[in-house]
Design a protein around this ligand. Sequence first.
Ligand SMILES: [Zn+2]
Length: 504
Amino acid sequence: MRRRSYMLALVVLFCGSCLRLQAQDTLMQHYAKEISEAGLKENLTILASDFMEGRETGKRGQRMAASFIRAHFSDNNLLAPVAGDYLQPLELYRVTAGETYVQAGKTRLENYKDVAFFGMEDSGGEMNMPILFVGYGEESVYQQLDVRDKAVLLLSKNTWVGGSKEVMLARDRGAKAVFVCNTETEAEFTRVLAQGKRYVERGRLSLEKPNTSEHVRPGTFVVSPHAAGVIMGTTLSGLKSAAEKKSLKKIKSASIQFRTSIEVASVPTENVLGLVEGTDKKNEILLVTAHYDHVGIKQDGTGDVIHNGADDDGSGTVAVMELARVFAKARREGHGPRRSILFMLVTGEESGLLGSEFYAEHPVFSLESTVADLNIDMIGRRDPKHQTGNPYLYVIGADKLSSELNAISERMNSTYSKLDFDYTYNDPSHPDRLYYRSDHWNFAKRNVPIIFYFDGIHEDYHKVTDEVSKIDFPLLRQRAQCVFYTAWELSNIEKRIVNDKTSN
Ligand SMILES: [Zn+2]
């Protein structure tokens, strides 16, 4: 009797949990269907419109995008987890060039007119030193000339001088400042100058306040053919003939004064966070992320200047917004996740993963309580490798820190979303190094298991042509559903996944 009743109880128990599981599955599928193509499209059409001006970090467009996402979280009744707000403010710093000039004898050579300084460096006042002409700057030159603590002027055929071999060699031989003439005409120089000006004017963003008294990035003066002549007291053809005849000593050493400086400006920006609070395991957090910033307004020669970033990463942003809406709805209807889900759209990704770095350093919920980060960066397009064929998705990093996470990701996909998972980029030593190139990396390097979802590098990557009209919305929806299934499972399973491989 006892035994029998025990057996009976087991059967009842088994079927009960079986039904519960089935009900869970049906519920999950019901809510996955709620992820709507129309919702994704509506939000992306706004986020990637010209009005958002390419969402460059710290600019008006990025702030408008932040307000838009915040309103979405608020309208859908997500909790505001940053001391009652959805915005996590952070301060970045932009370094740009300050007063920079060259003085050769009585002639003042202005930056971005006669010379172009490529670099971010503060000379700490006006410098004064001898300058030697080193021809084309080959190795043999330095056997005759001691350039230590002097400036050098060299001729180069490289259009990009930043890290060119001859510049590196001159520095290596102790030159304190390097002047390069790499053009033959003033018209050619004007083009180089425009390129340099664009590069330097955009500046560089950082989380840490740069110390202006330190060299931020050693630079090189690119000089016009005319300025090269002025500096050495001759003409470009005089310099060229001395270099070609290897009679460098014909060009007398001169003296040069110059100054470089940098300016540091504060750039306020913000991450946007919305929380769906869990039920019985609410202190454990699943993180779902994408970056909402992009590269803003830049000339790229096509006439259009606004980089709308519809795929990068408008697609990930609207997928996260849609998942947030659906999980919040499930919760309102009594089917919320057991663990809490923190939906976070980060800023500053394009400037070096800065928003996610800030969050990882100042998490609202400790990283120990964060079970995983599902990061979406570009999921709205097909790449050249998968122009046709089954719907696919690159999955990166799932197996790096937790074998359980990888198993769940595989199982949810083979049972429900049925995409072709492509693991090409999962290899951390792949030359494109994608494992290190989006916001998940800031969590992975702190040992939080991650998955990075990605559609590949396509012809419009970081171009003005990354527009809404090129997004494949049915595919975007399928991929968002794929992330949804894994998020549902991770936030509802009995035991949180463990990190069983603590190294990257
Ligand atoms: Zn991106």
